[in-house]
Design a protein around this ligand. Structure first.
Ligand code: ADP
Ligand code: ADP
Ligand code: ZN
Length: 213
């Protein structure tokens, strides 16, 4: 099963993508995680991407598309994958479609996790991420067992640089301008699934799995 996650920053795409990946035993591919790993390792890509990410802007398509196409061509993606945070622009979606067509393949579902803007800033200011394994928590809604410590690997949890309220507002406006049009794009292709992302995380997941056949 090949799935795309759509939704505003902080809608819960990553949270749900991880649950889907575990349930269907397919890789979770997050472009945000790939960029953050590159920043941490100080690669050329990481240095370039950071300039955009820190401002709440999208990393240019030409730095993003090939990276994802290379990744989905790897062996572990043969039975499917869940793409989290890609595509984020119409040109990225077109690039993905072209690559898939070349492999006589297609996306099965684009899952849009709907959360109103009013809820987003609160979600993001409470988000904490494990710098080591990438697990995400929320200080109120999804707290770790021990404050500030990752349940899975016991590393320290951090607030992402780009989750500061002013950057979140910028990311939201970028989302509406550049990413939201993808909802119609995938609806026209007949693969759109919309879920209410304001529910408790397990209820969101149940709504998603109920829609995937
Ligand atoms: P969130 O989960 O909050 O939506 P991500 O971790 O997916 O955030 O992305 C963090 C940042 O990484 C984005 O604000 C953007 O700068 C960059 N980024 C991630 N994926 C893409 C993409 N497909 N195209 C362009 N930029 C991206
Ligand atoms: P995205 O990948 O779309 O940016 P995340 O999955 O990282 O979003 O979730 C953003 C924040 O909201 C995190 O702190 C996460 O723990 C929390 N969160 C995710 N799903 C829910 C939910 N259903 N209810 C409340 N908080 C949630
Ligand atoms: Zn961890």
């Amino acid at each position: 099963m090949k799935i795309i996650m759509l939704g505003a920053p902080g809608a819960g795409k990553g949270t749900q993508a991880k649950m889907i990946a575990d349930a269907y035993n397919i890789p979770h591919i997050s472009t945000g995680d790939i960029f953050r790993a590159n920043i941490k390792n100080n690669t050329e890509l990481g240095i370039k991407a950071k300039k955009y990410m820190d401002q709440g802007l999208l990393v240019p398509d030409e730095l993003t598309c090939d990276l994802v196409v290379d990744r989905i061509c790897q062996e572990d993606c043969a039975d499917g994958y869940v793409l989290d945070g890609f595509p984020r622009t119409i040109p990225q979606a077109v690039c993905l479609d072209k690559a898939l067509e070349g492999m006589s393949d297609k996306i099965d579902y684009a899952v849009n996790v709907k959360v109103p803007d009013e809820n987003i800033v609160r979600r993001m200011s409470g988000r904490r991420a494990c710098a080591k394994c990438g697990a995400t928590y929320h200080i109120v809604h999804i707290p770790p067992k021990k404050e500030g410590i990752c349940d899975r690997c016991s590393s320290e949890l951090i607030l992402r640089d780009d989750d500061k309220p002013e950057t979140v507002l910028k990311r939201l406006s970028v989302y509406h301008a550049q990413t939201q049009p993808l909802i119609e794009y995938y609806d026209e292709k007949g693969v759109l699934v919309e879920v209410d992302g304001t529910q408790e995380m397990n209820d969101v997941f149940a709504e998603i799995t109920g829609a995937l056949k």
